[in-house]
Design a protein around this ligand. Structure first.
Ligand code: G4P
Length: 542
């Protein structure tokens, strides 16, 4: 064991950290709420935010030209800022229609998530998928019901939907005062006060807020008679119904606290941020593969790579491994063991990445994310530690839902093509599969969503100068086969083939949901996994 750093007691510096992601269906308001958190945290001056929003995005969270062109965020960024004594690490999740493994991986590195729901639309498909990933990992979820300034569903119906569709108890922490154009503020159940907001032009500044009791004439006169009556009735129902607020239920992900508001107008943003910081947990322990529970205040440094991004900076063409620190203290130039190779490495080039800006990091604590620049040894899921007994297995591999065949049309560029593809596979942009009876001069790629293939093509060309051709492949699903399962060709019906993943594990490919069901019914003895069997999804110790 390398000599660990000095023992770190449960220091305030660890306890004040909060590491989380915002998850939502596209357009629900994730980017807007992120910006508003930055506005309240003072990290970005967002005056004129609405008109400059797309530019703002380009400088803070988008670095690929492709992202800018399409106005979407493909890769994740880490934003760090201080607010009221807390150190906040906000991990951005890709927010486009498509879905990528990157999103899943980011969720392995957080201790909580804020789920943003469009009040007019309710729970949408991607919110549901992301919620499931959080739930599987036991990640506490806070809910923000956004766009209350627009025609919305009934607040009670939205709460019912959380319980019915997602199966999680919902505790409304505050309640909307009016909806649509008449949305004036929220009533806070804890303090029993109404918070009435003023709109500011374009939501560029913090919304002025006035507080008082529901019966105060000042509050009454700002709500029309019908809204006021509805609010009073609803508040009465709330008071009489439902369970009491229990912070432990939030931390154990049994209950989601629900906040209503409008991110665009800054209504309810501060209540959400303050409530989140109060009730979310500081950095959580993680369980290593040996079963060892690694506490954040353990003296030995440890962390795991949850994302790799190459060529973020076109001028330098380097590769950044994003490491979530689990325990100990990171100091620049420290020597650690790269658990997967057993090699000792020095972490000399560490940066804080804020969009395309970088700042050298001298030290960092559990909960923080550091970008280690230029070390080719690191792959997604790898552990860096001062204590070789710690090896994490935090990054699950998910079954792809889309497939293509990728080939190189120009023999003269074969080397560039291979180098580029190898790098993108190591980054986990897509997964590679090989059909048992392959024979084609093309690589079969799988991904959680089809946009990833465009990213591969675009990056091969722009970063490696390699053209490529994409052809559709008629697979729609993959399942890993339990090791030792006996499988012969007679068991393979039409639309089913055996393949191997990038590390040689057996996989069955299916043409459609029907062939998957048919195979499973006819072969009950063959255990199928939507994650690899030798890569069981570890539970986060909570
Ligand atoms: P996303 O990251 O989840 O995809 O959503 P984003 O924040 O980009 O918001 C999607 C659209 O919804 C944006 O409008 C944004 O201004 C709007 N929006 C976000 N929060 C609210 C809210 O509280 N009330 C209302 N009325 N609208 C909201 P856009 O027209 O698509 O973009 P832009 O032209 O404003 O940039």
């Amino acid at each position: 064991m390398l000599s660990p750093g000095p023992a770190i007691p449960r220091s305030k510096d660890v306890l004040r950290r909060r590491t989380f992601a915002i998850v939502s269906h596209p357009d629900a308001g994730k980017t807007t709420i992120t910006e508003k958190f930055l506005l309240y945290g003072g990290a970005v001056n967002l005056a004129g935010t609405v008109t400059t929003r797309k530019n703002q995005r380009a400088t803070t969270s988008d670095w690929l030209e492709l992202e800018r062109k399409r106005g979407i965020s493909i890769s994740s960024t880490v934003l760090q800022f201080d607010y009221q004594g807390y150190r906040i690490n906000l991990l951005d999740t890709p927010g486009h229609k498509d879905f990528s493994e990157d999103t899943y991986r980011v969720l392995t590195a957080v201790d909580a998530a804020i789920m943003v729901i469009d009040a007019g639309k309710g729970i949408e498909s991607q919110t549901q998928k992301l919620f499931e990933v959080c739930r599987r990992r036991g990640v506490p979820i806070f809910t923000f019901i956004n766009k209350m300034d627009r025609p919305s569903r009934e607040p009670l119906a939205l709460l019912d939907q959380l319980e019915d569709v997602l199966g999680i108890a919902a505790y409304p922490v505050n309640w909307p005062l009016g909806t649509g154009f008449d949305f004036k503020g929220v009533w806070d159940r804890n303090t029993q006060t109404a918070h009435m907001f003023e709109r500011t032009v374009g939501g560029a500044h913090r919304a002025p807020v006035f507080t008082g009791h529901l019966g105060d004439p000042f509050i009454r006169e700002r709500l029309d008679e019908a809204s006021y009556r509805t609010v009073c009735e609803e508040v009465e129902i709330l008071q009489g119904a439902g369970a009491a607020f229990d912070p432990a239920d939030i931390l154990s992900a049994k209950t989601t606290p629900v906040y209503f508001g409008s991110a665009l107008n800054n209504f309810g943003v501060q209540l959400l941020l303050d409530g989140f910081l109060e009730h979310s947990s500081p950095p959580m322990p993680r369980t290593a593969m040996s079963g060892l529970v690694v506490e954040p205040h353990s003296p030995a440094f440890s962390g795991f790579v949850f994302k790799i991004q190459a060529n973020m900076d076109p001028l330098h063409r380097d590769r950044v491994a994003f490491v979530r620190i689990v325990s100990g203290k990171f100091t620049r130039n420290m020597a650690v063991v790269h658990a997967q190779s057993g090699k000792k490495v020095r972490l000399s080039n560490a940066s804080k990445i804020f969009g395309s800006d970088r700042e050298t990091i001298e030290d960092a604590m559990p909960g923080d994310v550091v970008g280690i620049v230029g070390n080719d040894l690191f792959a997604i899921g790898d552990t860096l530690t001062e204590d070789p007994a710690i090896v994490f297995d935090e990054i699950p591999c998910f079954a792809p839902e889309c497939f293509v065949l990728l080939s190189n049309p120009l023999p003269a560029q074969a080397k560039r093509f291979r180098t580029g593809l190898r790098q993108l596979l190591r980054e986990g942009v897509v997964q590679e599969y090989e059909l048992r009876d392959g024979g084609r001069n093309a690589t079969l790629l799988g991904a959680a969503g089809p946009l990833q293939f465009e990213v591969v093509q675009y990056r091969l060309e722009s970063e490696y100068g390699a053209e490529s051709v994409l052809e559709s492949a008629s697979w729609a699903g993959a399942r890993w086969i339990a090791p030792g399962a006996v499988l012969d060709d007679s068991m393979l019906s039409t639309g089913v083939r055996i393949a191997f993943d990038g590390v040689g594990r057996r996989v069955i490919l299916f043409r459609d949901a029907w062939s998957l069901r048919y195979f499973a019914e006819r072969n009950p003895g063959v255990e199928l996994g939507s994650i690899p069997f030798d890569d069981p999804e570890p539970a986060v110790s909570r």
